[in-house]
Ligand binder design. Structure first.
Ligand code: CR1
Length: 797
């Protein structure tokens, strides 16, 4: 953008307010101020945005498209101001006219088009791609309702729709009706032989959806690059309106882009999800191929200009859909189409949990996407033929796409692409050795690792201005554009004035969080206590319950001996449970009731507090992460693919209490064993139990009185109002043999927690470790991660 002055900005701001709302600055609401500023930002970047679009076509730049069913950007105002380089100027200019930027920040709604780590990673990548100057665009769905809004009522999670999208649309998007495309679903298709011997698909009784793109600006950091996140919305095509005569028909179409992950327990719900996936994939690919066609290069070489990334399995239909477009719309022959498709496509796996490896009933495919069903059948047939006789038939049976009338989406993504990556070293190893080992036999060259990263600007400069200012003082401002300069802190670890400054920043951040807790929950948090935080989706493998068991132990210890010397602790949780996930919801109830029990027990003398913050989302994370002293990363080893909050906490000076899982291992390698607290079984120990079937939680329970007492607290009335949930949990731990090995890891966990309490008392040692963590956090920048993708996988830089 052009050089901006304060005066010019104020003039623009006032004029925009007049144009859009017919109000003067002093009359406008926070919402109007926010939207006005958003519009101005968009106006300021418009020339960069257009230039980007044009140069890609003119210079025929190879471009990557990141297909993802989830994007979780949170709020964009501060990021956009920061990346544009006008954060300070705008803050001051607004202050001059009595407008407080923080109030505008509050007025923006979180854009929560995702569940958790996977969607947030996609958004960190959207920030990093323009920042490293790479032509990489997002492709997803413009849901009207994002992830549900969580309220806690009587300790239970209640899910409310999150209508994040204002009726005027998001201020960051631009609707582009002229780029709309039609997507066909349902009906039937047969192949009619043509004179030249080719087969032409003839469709009958199809339903046509009108896909309209909304382009959301993605601004690079201080470099004039603006990329695009394209979100698709559905509209009823006027031309085909006779297909949708009743209101119910119309609603059903509108629903396609209404919700993120519609409930798929019914066949109808499954159909809706499948349509969503196809809708986004088809609309995205049709436009991508059309813009490639404008370059007038051979269709069979599209991989030289286009890379498509399949983020988790949801967009895996990109493989057959690109085949369809190339063959049916552009007349490319199968072999050529296949050769180029496999070079266009690449896939990231985000979890070893088998429930997340999507499988679809072939009947549903046949009904909803009949042509795709045909093409998948053919890909599968050719795959089997190609490998027959070369490898064991068992391997073919287990790696083929269609098995027992089910379509295996991960298999489709792996077979149909040239790259498969995991998201942390251990995770990639597990894919190779275990989860996808038979694919590794077939395609060893496809496998690679790309450890996750975070958009450090949001998680330091925006979320933690106090720490950022301190860093500026200590090592200069260079770290703001080159995060690796944080390593200069290594020289300062033991300087007591530096330690004190970091401590003061942390205490101020803790106070800010404490104020929020006071306001929302009316609980007083002592900020001299250790703030011990576990925020992430609620899942059995993430073991929030292990954390709960430890809190119960501390509670019991304090009840036994109220005079017990103990470093005060505040345990903070934030977690949403999937609406249908019963066990996870029971854990939420337990945490809330335990919190009630503890927080109002005056005999504990404020040594223990427990807080469950409702509706954990990106914005709340920005408040919580900078206030943490301890970061809980305690999943069963081998289960957490990477984790990314672990990186955010580390960057903000929390010490990690962790199992050797996911990226925790790489954090340990970065800071050294002395600067992280590791406990519990490693992946080999976990796998040894799987192999030998020798885990016996009841034996541990019977032989360890401390554990027995903690576990019994779930059913002996210790925690009020949890009769039902307590029994469910007790059963999971004892009757069902504790699937995630909480009991085996408990003792070590509790010991390491006690060690942390002791350590915290020694401020110089604690602070040195804190600074060591910040100093080494630069390697977890998503700028570096995305550079790996851009170079090794997509070949776009
Ligand atoms: C993993 O559980 C990882 C993110 C991003 C999640 C988490 O460990 O950090 O992906 N996986 O890679 C997921 O959401 C559906 O799978």
């Amino acid at each position: 953008m052009e050089q901006l002055t304060k005066e010019q900005f104020i003039k623009d701001f006032k004029a925009q307010l007049h144009t859009d709302y017919l109000v003067d600055n002093n009359e406008a609401t926070a919402e109007e101020h926010f939207r006005t500023l958003g519009k101005l930002i968009k106006r300021y970047v418009m020339s960069d945005w257009l230039r980007r679009r044009d140069e890609i076509v003119k210079e025929q730049k190879k471009t990557a498209y990141y297909f993802s069913i989830e994007f979780l950007p949170g709020k964009m105002l501060q990021t956009n101001l920061l990346n544009l380089g006008i954060y300070d100027l705008v803050t001051e200019a607004l202050a001059d006219i009595n407008v407080d930027l923080t109030v505008l920040v509050e007025a923006e709604r979180d854009m929560a088009l995702g569940n958790g780590g996977l969607g947030r990673l996609a958004s960190c990548f959207m920030d990093s791609l323009p920042t490293i100057g790479a032509p990489g665009f997002g492709n997803g769905i413009r849901y009207k309702y994002g992830l549900f809004k969580q309220r806690i009522v009587n300790g239970y999670q209640v899910e409310l729709p999150d209508a994040w999208l204002p009726s005027e649309g998001s201020v960051w998007e631009t609707k582009k009706p002229h780029s709309a495309v039609d997507v066909k679903i349902y009906g039937s298709v047969y192949l009619a032989p043509q004179e030249d011997g080719a087969l032409k698909p003839i469709y009958e009784n199809v339903k046509t959806l009108h896909a309209v793109p909304y382009d959301v600006i993605q601004i690079g950091f201080n470099n004039g690059v603006v990329n695009n996140l394209r979100l698709w919305d559905v509209e009823l095509p006027e031309k085909y309106e006779l297909d949708y005569q009743t209101l119910a028909d119309r609603r059903r179409v509108e629903d396609i882009t209404s919700f993120l992950y519609p409930d798929d327990s019914s066949r109808d719900g499954q159909a809706m999800r499948l349509i969503q996936e196809y809708f986004m994939v088809s609309a995205g690919l049709q436009t991508i191929v059309a813009s490639y066609a404008k370059m007038q290069l051979p269709m069979a070489k599209i991989h030289e200009k286009v890379a498509v990334h399949i983020n988790d399995t949801h967009p895996a239909m990109a493989v057959p859909e690109l085949m369809r477009i190339l063959m049916d719309d552009y007349g490319v022959k199968w072999d050529d189409a296949w050769a180029t498709t496999t070079q266009v496509m690449s896939y990231t796996n985000h979890t070893v949990l088998s429930e997340a490896l999507e499988k679809w009933d072939t009947g549903l495919f046949k009904e909803i996407v009949p042509r795709i069903h045909q093409i998948i059948g053919e890909i599968d047939r050719k795959f089997v033929k190609e490998w027959a006789g070369k490898v064991d038939t068992g391997i073919i049976d287990r790696t083929r796409i269609v098995q027992n009338n089910q379509i295996h989406m991960a298999n489709l993504a792996i077979i149909g692409g040239h790259s498969v990556n995991g998201v942390a070293k251990l995770h990639t190893e597990l894919l190779i050795e275990d989860v996808l080992k038979e694919f590794y036999v077939l395609f060893p060259e496809k496998f690679n690792n790309k450890t996750n990263g975070i958009a450090q600007r949001r998680w330091s400069q925006i979320a933690n201005p106090g720490m950022s200012a301190l860093l500026d003082d200590l090592i200069g401002k260079g770290w703001r554009s080159n995060i690796h300069e944080l390593s200069e802190l290594e020289e300062l670890l033991t300087r007591s004035d530096v330690q004190t400054s970091f401590y003061q920043v942390k205490q101020a951040n803790k106070q800010k969080l404490a104020d929020y807790v006071k306001k929302t929950l009316d609980i007083d948090l002592p900020i001299d206590a250790i703030f011990d935080v576990q925020v992430k989706r609620l899942h059995a493998y993430k073991r929030q319950l292990l954390n709960v068991m430890h809190i119960i132990k501390l509670y019991q210890d304090l009840k036994d001996d109220p005079g017990l010397e103990m470093t005060p602790r505040v345990f903070i949780f934030g977690a949403k449970a999937a609406p249908g996930y019963h066990f996870a919801k029971s854990v939420i109830k337990i945490i809330n009731e335990l919190a009630n029990l503890i927080n109002y027990d005056t005999s504990l003398n404020d040594k223990l507090k427990v807080v469950f913050l409702e509706n954990y989302n990106v914005s709340l994370a920005e408040l919580i992460v900078p206030a943490a002293d301890v970061s809980e990363q305690i999943s069963t080893a081998g289960k957490e693919a990477s984790g990314t909050s672990n990186m955010k906490f580390m960057m903000n000076g929390a010490l990690t209490l962790a199992t050797l899982d996911g990226a925790n291992i790489e954090i340990k390698d970065a800071v050294g064993e002395d600067n992280i607290v590791i406990f519990g079984m490693d992946k080999d120990a976990v796998y040894a139990h799987y192999d030998k079937h020798d885990y016996n939680s009841r034996a541990i329970y019977d032989s360890d009185p401390t554990i027995k007492r903690v576990v019994d607290a779930f059913i002996d009335g210790t925690i009020p109002n949890t009769h039902y949930e307590g029994h469910e949990i007790w059963d999971a731990l004892i009757s069902y043999n504790d699937e995630y090995f909480l009991l085996e890891d408990f003792t070590d966990y509790a010991e390491k927690q006690a060690y942390i309490s002791e350590l915290y008392q020694d401020k110089p040692i604690w602070q040195a470790k804190v600074i060591k963590n910040i100093a080494n956090s630069g390697r977890f920048s998503s700028d570096d991660t995305i550079e790996g993708y851009a170079k090794d996988i997509w070949g776009i830089i």
